[in-house]
Design a binder for this molecule. Structure first.
Ligand code: NIG
Ligand code: FE
Length: 383
């Protein structure tokens, strides 16, 4: 079954040859892109959809979220907006609620937020564990995440849970030992929160090295709340991504520029914690590959909206609209080492967003407006 979407006013493909095409069309064959180009040359297809001059772009790739959780942290958010600073300690509130939740409740929660994200154009989403922090609760978190996405990340090293407060190294031994053994079969990635109040450089190195040995690929929560060794460690270990990158010195930027690690920026976290934003301009000017993601979680960034992140990145982080939209699509794909998403090249997965706007620039130009008017994922149109 093939479908031709014609009458696209402006089509952002992220394909190096095709670029952005005006008066364009796309043809899907089953779950793949078969063709993209000028509408005047569109090949025949079983079905035709007229985009009516609207803009189209690849589905967003959200390469950083924490959706397996229960409860919420409205009180903490309220306190923060009255002046209390954000700390990693709030994570423990969600850990307690998550441990107490049933599998069915956790799964329903993930389904709800994946669906919420999809309605806003996110067709690929990564999802981490990290609110269980026991062997059993981390293992079930990953199993549940895997019911909803293929991009699953083991984050047993999110914080040290209260029962290990007196002996954090024993917790690192658990995370790199029995917990990893139970979790590795359910995950593709290993992550660690390398930050004061969570895990230091040595502990983070141990967690990532053990994960690699178990067949997982590293990504790192790095330099979110202050300067630290996370970014350089990520580059040294060949991590797919260093996430947050808010507090960087010249050596961090140089390391990112010389390596292949993507810098994933998460403006929802700075927005919701009233913190200074990362300097995307500095990274882009240094030649670093930048991704934008939501970091959707109940503590530091309770948004599932990639259009929101694009708008904030343009307003606050020195990105142009083109750069921000590319970072939210192709950048996310690179952070997940995926060739089949984030682009509308022939052979890629048929993930497309139609906007109620003439150009993808409107995602930043019209902040807060629900512009996503239709979404296809793997060739299937969202009802
Ligand atoms: O990416 N930084 C660590 N983890 C999350 C916050 C999680 C929470 O506060 O519950 C983040 O911001
Ligand atoms: Fe995060």
């Amino acid at each position: 079954m093939s479908v031709a979407i014609t009458g696209i006013g402006s089509l952002l493909t992220n394909d190096p040859e095709l670029g952005t095409i005006t008066d364009a069309a796309v043809v899907f064959d089953g779950d793949r892109v078969a063709w993209a180009g000028p509408a005047a040359r569109v090949p025949a297809a079983d079905e035709r959809v007229d985009a009516g001059g609207r803009a189209a772009l690849p589905g967003f790739v959200d390469s950083h979220s924490h959706l397996v959780f229960a409860g919420d942290r409205t009180a903490e958010f309220n306190a923060r907006m009255s002046g209390r600073p954000y700390t990693a300690g709030g994570i423990r509130t969600t850990v307690a609620a998550t441990r107490a939740a049933t599998d069915a409740d956790l799964s329903a929660n993930v389904a709800r937020y994946v669906r919420e994200a999809l309605r806003q154009g996110t067709t690929t989403i990564e999802c981490k564990s990290g609110y269980g922090l026991t062997v059993e609760d981390e293992e079930r978190s990953l199993r549940i995440a895997g019911e909803h996405t293929d991009e699953v990340t083991y984050l047993g090293a999110h914080v040290v849970p209260p029962e290990y407060a007196e002996d954090p190294d024993a917790y690192v031994a658990l995370v790199t030992g029995p917990m990893l053994e139970a979790c590795a079969p359910h995950a593709r990635w290993v992550d660690v929160f390398c930050e004061r109040g969570a895990f230091d450089g040595d502990q983070a190195r141990a967690v990532l090295a053990a994960g690699v040995k178990a067949g997982l690929v590293p990504r790192v929560h790095a330099n979110q709340l202050g300067p630290g060794p996370g970014v350089r460690l990520a580059v040294e270990l060949g991590a797919a991504s260093a996430d947050h990158c808010t507090h960087l010195d010249d050596a961090d930027v140089d390391a990112l520029a010389s390596g292949s690690t993507v810098a994933t920026l998460l403006p929802g976290a700075e927005f919701s914690t009233r913190s200074p934003y990362p300097d995307a301009r500095r990274l882009l000017d240094a030649g670093v590959t930048v991704a934008l993601s939501t970091d959707c979680n109940p503590g530091s960034s309770f948004t599932s909206s990639m259009p929101f992140c694009v708008a904030v990145a343009v307003r606050e982080m020195g990105m142009t609209p083109d750069e921000a939209v590319t970072a939210a699509t192709l950048g996310g794909a690179r952070a997940l080492r995926r060739e089949d998403v984030g682009r509308l090249s022939p052979g890629c997965r048929a993930d497309l967003v139609l906007l109620d706007a003439p150009s993808h620039v409107h995602l930043a130009y019209r902040p807060g407006v629900p512009l996503v008017s239709a979404v296809w994922r793997a060739g299937v149109r969202l009802p």
